[in-house]
Design a protein. Structure first.
Length: 95
């Protein structure tokens, strides 16, 4: 997430009941990781598209996403990292 977050930075996270908006930072578990508190597979990414938004063309590049989708489905997000080589929805798919 450079330059927003740097190695060694601390991040306080608060659970919200409201869905995130475009541009918000979200914390989520990497798909396929173990659901235990000590799992280091937490990811911090910026929301690029929310439910109902047009599906960005760059998402379907390498992700396991149904290529017939025209919009982001309910309950799903498209995320991207601030770093150029970040793992985001291009590789992870919808979150």
């Amino acid at each position: 997430m450079a330059p927003t977050l740097r190695d060694g930075d601390h991040l306080f996270v608060r659970r919200r009941s409201a869905p995130p908006d475009r541009g918000d930072l979200v914390v989520f578990r990497h798909p396929g990781s173990r659901a235990v508190p000590a799992d280091p597979a937490l990811r911090v990414k910026r929301v690029a598209a929310v439910a109902g938004d047009p599906m960005p063309a760059w998402v379907s590049a390498g992700a396991a996403v149904d290529h017939r989708l025209r919009t982001v489905p309910d309950g799903q997000l498209v995320v991207h990292g601030d770093a150029r080589l970040s793992q985001d929805s291009r590789q992870l798919g919808l979150v």
